[in-house]
Design a protein around this ligand. Structure first.
Ligand SMILES: NC(=O)c1ccc[n+]([C@@H]2O[C@H](COP(=O)([O-])OP(=O)(O)OC[C@H]3O[C@@H](n4cnc5c(N)ncnc54)[C@H](O)[C@@H]3O)[C@@H](O)[C@H]2O)c1
Length: 343
């Protein structure tokens, strides 16, 4: 799409491997944006780009950064390259969208936030599930106190493949679950415990069991893996009034609200409680689904246009990185509970 409007956000995207094509397609279709450059180190990726788009293609990000008409850079390269590429783009005065995780450490994440702040640039991280209408529906239900007190939640995001070898399943997959949990609960855990197993190459963990410990004994458990027989993307929130299951791969309705609960009656002094089970209706709300990635890309372009803070800004990215970092320390210590580093 060639858009000659003077405020068009001209985007240079870096990375056109597995995920990059999804991002490029959405930026290409986003009103007010133009896919100006695709940067990828691989000849094969460049050839795929040329078949679909008439944008400039290069292997060298500095070429795109030197173009003063490029206003923003979108980064869809492996996680370990995010910090250096994002820093380079921000220092060249470009707004930056970076895929999850924002960086591989909170020190790096804070540096990106500081540069973006100093230069008054948009920095946004691709926590795409926060743009998912089903996830947003649940956020509204939590905020409206429909669930009552949240006792605990758990998440499973497992499948067979895509096997990674550069980062483990914690850094590769769990950013999604962590970002959704923090978004729904609107608070940070105090500590994290994490265990995992490296079954395939003995280097990175293919399966991760991560627990976030929030104040008031609120627990969130996350199980992620690329070595599993079934494709499951499910999160369950158990509240004192209602319970919700969010099944991202369900065709019949991604959100189910269970009017179920347990009421306690009795004498708290003598500890003689009676528990009454309540099992009411199950509601499958109608939710207008739009591609979350399209909403995410449109939000980035809107933020660049208006200067508004993205929903998933640098601070949001930092919060997830802090949890990942504590999770990695716990994993390295055999699962010991680790407090989050102080801010
Ligand atoms: N939001 C999501 O649901 C989602 C899903 C998958 C991946 N991702 C994220 O997307 C990013 C990319 O993942 P992927 O699976 O597509 O990786 P990939 O390895 O398949 O592709 C990465 C591409 O980047 C290119 N590249 C690497 N370093 C480069 C550099 N310095 N300059 C130019 N090109 C370079 C490679 O040639 C390759 O084509 C990761 O951050 C990942 O976490 C997000």
């Amino acid at each position: 799409m060639t858009n000659e409007h003077p405020s068009t956000v001209r985007i240079a995207q870096v990375g056109y491997g597995y995920w990059g094509p999804n991002l490029a397609r959405n930026f290409y279709q986003t009103p007010g944006a133009e896919l100006a450059y695709l940067v990828d180190a691989s000849d094969e990726a460049q050839a795929r780009v040329r078949q679909l788009y008439s944008c400039q293609v290069t292997s060298d990000l500095p070429v795109a950064l030197a173009d003063p008409t490029v206003t923003a850079v979108a980064i869809a390269t492996p996680a370990r390259t995010h910090f250096s590429l994002a820093k380079m783009a921000l220092e060249a005065g470009k707004h930056v969208f970076v895929e999850k995780p924002l960086a591989m450490s909170s020190v790096e994440a804070r540096e990106l936030i500081a540069i973006a702040y100093m230069r008054q640039l948009t920095l946004m991280v691709g926590h795409v599930f926060e743009y998912n209408p089903a996830v947003r529906y649940i956020k509204e239900a939590v905020e409206a106190d429909e669930l009552g007190e949240i006792y605990y939640l758990y998440s499973r995001r497992v499948n067979l493949g895509r096997v990674q070898s550069d980062v483990n399943a914690l850094w590769s997959i769990a950013p999604h679950d962590i970002s959704v949990a923090l978004y729904w609960l609107d608070r940070m855990p105090e500590a994290v415990s994490c265990q995992g197993a490296s079954c395939l190459n003995g280097v990175v963990e293919d399966v991760i069991f991560l627990t976030l410990h929030f104040p008031n004994n609120l627990l969130c458990h996350v199980h992620v893996s690329w070595l599993d027989p079934s494709k499951v993307r499910e999160m369950t929130v158990v509240g004192s009034k209602k319970m919700i299951v969010y099944d991202d791969v369900s065709a019949e309705g991604k959100v189910r609200i269970y009017d179920k609960g347990v009421y306690r009656r009795g004498d708290p002094i003598y500890g003689e409680f009676q528990y009454r089970l309540h099992s009411g209706d199950i509601l499958i709300p109608r939710i207008d689904m739009r591609e979350p990635l399209a909403l995410e890309c449109a939000h980035f372009v809107e933020c660049v246009h208006t200067g508004q803070r993205p929903q998933t800004d640098g601070e949001n990215g930092l919060r997830v990185v802090r949890v990942l970092e504590a999770g990695q320390r716990s994993l390295d210590a055999g699962g010991a509970k680790m407090a989050l580093e102080s801010v």
